[in-house]
Design a protein around this ligand. Structure first.
Ligand code: GLN
Length: 197
């Protein structure tokens, strides 16, 4: 299996390592590719859009022609995971802060996102988070995290925190407000790869 990590900016290396560990834990042959240019996504079975600065990642992805390729991958039902800024980019709609920047969105999830949803005073925090598909809570690291403030009925909510949706899935597309790549727990990466088989 080939997994592509969009490697334009942000938490790229951490996702690559997490995915390599996950493949190894599964005893699965695989390769994790860093995607900086167009022409690679088509060969990937699953795609991860990391956290970072969504305005920068979005603009560069669009300029490199990666935006269109991700939309095609989504249409081909390949699993796509967006974490933090990556989740913002997956959304159909953003709040006023997102609109203000004029940042391009992929529009692959029927959700409205809010940037920095947990306020400046709590730029970064960690919580044990109950997720719908896990028995034990997941230690979730939030860094200037966005949240989903509205979701269509077709969106499956995987976790909520303080009245916001912080993890959700719509068919082959999954968005997380937090950073599963920053802890050693690989359960979410396993869940993501399960959907790729
Ligand atoms: N607030 C950032 C953004 O929307 C996301 C922060 C992150 O990815 N850690 O671009």
């Amino acid at each position: 299996m080939k997994i592509g990590v969009i490697a334009i900016q942000g938490n790229v290396e951490e996702h690559v390592i997490a995915l390599e560990q996950t493949l190894a834990e599964r005893g699965e042959e695989g390769e994790v590719l860093k995607i900086k240019h167009r022409g690679i996504i088509e060969s990937c079975d699953a795609i991860v859009i990391p956290g970072g600065e969504s305005t920068t990642i979005g603009r560069l992805m669009e300029r490199e022609g990666i935006f269109l390729e991700i939309k095609e991958a989504a249409r081909a039902r390949k699993p796509i995971l967006g974490t933090c800024a990556g989740m913002v980019l997956l959304a159909k709609e953003g709040d006023a802060e997102v609109a203000k920047t004029g940042q391009p969105l992929l529009g692959l999830m029927d959700v409205k996102v809010k940037r920095n949803a947990f306020g400046r005073q709590r730029e970064s925090f960690e919580v044990p988070l109950q997720m719908s598909f896990l028995n034990e809570p997941f230690h979730a690291v939030f860094i200037r995290a966005p949240a989903i403030i509205h979701a269509a009925d077709s969106v499956e909510v995987l976790a909520t925190l303080k009245g916001h949706i912080v993890a959700a899935k719509q068919e082959n597309i999954m968005g997380l407000s937090f950073h599963p790549e920053l802890t050693e727990d690989r359960r979410i990466h396993h869940y993501f790869l399960d959907t790729a088989l």
